[in-house]
Design a protein around this ligand. Structure first.
Ligand code: 4GY
Length: 279
């Protein structure tokens, strides 16, 4: 039998599953900032991405719905209670299992592979490489700490990966989790849709972006670089690559050290340096 040649929209495919982010957070409303606005907001609306918020407070069993507790050994501040978090993680894992069970068995999504991520300054630094790896996952569980953090045994037992945005301390993991969701979701092919801009973006090839210009042609006496008005697409691509090389050399020499430059790229960079030093 001939298989159907009708082209399916990706999201109409029986085996398509939105990527699921389960945010475990005491402040679930904060996630409206990613789920209701911009590119990720549209992906959520179009069911390419699901963001599911789970509040550990809903998994408490005492009258006061207590989610914090005092640290052993004393000291200032509180920690998050272990049991509500543990139950929240189990609930997040169950929600993905429920989705998997309605899919046909030849799906190449991998059930039971939900990764639990804890956002903290102790984690591995988030970069484009890690964002790309995360974008291949079907389900990420994002554990958002508050107060002074969570019990180390929960990290050891339940957390697959600790991820940091950088060497500074936020008052909670939510903003970090939203940064991660935004960066990962925009790499999903179905989110990109028509545009290829995320592929062409900074970092896919390890260089900074080139400068961008729009109207007016002259602003406060500053003109748009003439090559961009030339209509010569080859010259424009060449200029943009040179700008990317030059800006990386000026602002992020560490990026250039990691990158093997081709003969023509070395040429372009040498020319940029010459012009820069002449000024
Ligand atoms: N930096 N990168 C970060 C953070 C908040 C108290 C431990 C960071 O990712 N997350 O500062 N998170 C704290 C809040 C518990 C995490």
């Amino acid at each position: 039998m001939k298989t159907s040649t009708k082209k399916l929209k990706l999201t109409e495919d029986d085996n398509f599953q939105p990527m699921l982010f389960s945010a475990i957070s005491l402040f679930p409303e904060m996630f409206n900032a990613v789920s209701e606005y911009g590119v990720v907001g549209r992906a959520v609306k179009n069911e390419i991405v699901n963001i599911d918020c789970i509040n550990p407070r809903d998994f408490t069993k005492d009258r006061h719905r207590t989610v914090d507790d005092r640290p052993y050994g004393g000291g200032p501040g509180m920690l998050m209670k272990v049991e509500p978090l543990q139950r929240a993680i189990q609930a997040a894992k169950k929600s993905q299992q429920a989705r998997d069970s309605v899919l046909s068995s030849d799906s190449d999504s991998s059930p039971g592979s939900a990764k639990v991520i804890y956002l903290s300054p102790q984690g591995k630094k988030l970069d484009h490489q890690l964002v790309k790896e995360l974008s291949t996952q079907q389900h990420l569980i994002l554990l958002c700490g508050r107060y002074e953090g969570i019990d180390q045994r929960l990290i050891d037992q339940q957390v697959d990966m600790e991820i940091s945005l950088g060497d500074f301390v936020l008052s909670g993991g939510e903003l970090a989790a939203m940064v991660l969701i935004d960066a990962v979701a925009r790499l999903l092919p179905e989110v990109l849709g028509h545009s290829v801009s995320a592929i062409e973006d900074s970092f896919e090839d390890g260089l900074l972006d080139h400068p961008h210009y729009t109207r007016p042609e002259s602003y406060e006496g500053l003109d748009v670089p003439p090559v961009l008005l030339s209509g010569d697409h080859q010259a424009i691509e060449k200029w943009r690559l040179q700008q990317r090389l030059g800006r990386s050399w000026l602002k992020r020499p560490d990026l250039l050290e990691k990158k093997k430059l081709s003969e023509s790229e070395q040429q372009l960079l040498a020319e940029f340096k010459k012009d820069y030093k002449a000024k």
